[in-house]
Ligand binder design. Sequence first.
Ligand code: CP
Ligand code: NVA
Length: 309
Amino acid sequence: MKHFIELKDIPSKDLKKIIIDAKKRKNKRKNLNTLEVDSGSPLKGKLLIQMFEKASSRTRLSFYIAIKQLGGGTINLKSSEIHLGRGGESLADTAKVLSTYGDGFMLRTSNDKKISSFSKYLKIPLINGLSPSSHPTQVLSDIFTVQEIKKRSINNLLICWIGDSNNVLNSLIAASVKFSFPLNIGCPKKYRPKKKIIEWAIKNNAKINIFYNAKDAAKNADVVFTDKVISLNDNVNKIKKLKDFKNFKIDNKLMSYTKKNSIFLHCLPRGNEVTDEVFLGKKSRVWQQAMNRVHVQKSILLYCFGKLR
Ligand code: CP
Ligand code: NVA
């Protein structure tokens, strides 16, 4: 069994294998209904326990569909409804119980330490379904989407991120190392990625450029990513932060500096970091991006269960 916690800790060859498997499985499902099971039912009878300490629409649904298509099932736990953190049950005891009843555990948490503690005590695979510092299942799926649309390997494409240095960007930086693609980051200076993350990236031969203006970051990009300025875990003066980002909004003018056939991606939910004309426009592939979470997470589950061929 394997955990899926941080892209930076997973070998490139495994991440690439997950993407290859997802592509094959997606192609084979063209004529199947949502809950029809893949041939061979590779995770028959397996239970994925999902726990959300924060809101989720896509991650929750896409994992539900993913494990169903592999022959297994899910149950959702709300942290407010279980003993962990109240009534005195320790995380170690909860982890043992989860490992007794379930076969895998997907956690969305507001606390990075909880991910590492669970990984220590669980006897079943742990999947990070978003933490304050990373969102690895989202970003691996986004790499798949880029390659699917561009019909080529991502390492030859210029990827651009305009926006906050948040969990999604941290995972995108890790992905840029694992998949060797150039990454331009455009953000206000005050909101640049943490020193520790950039130092890790540089040490690992990342091709990252940081710009403090959006136009320079977007120039000639093949793909433009963004995300909300205010994330779920953001404990900041929201009005001030939104004001700080006023020159980093993605509109048609900014997209005009990118390549002619560039695309726009956003993990959703969205705020006002992008105009409707871009988000709903010709270059946007956000719905395809959301759907691909199902396909890539199936292969992530197979990887965790030691069933990736
Ligand atoms: N993109 C994403 O993870 O969406 P949810 O917060 O709805 O799960
Ligand atoms: N950065 C966002 C991603 C949501 C999927 C957040 O953490 O709220």
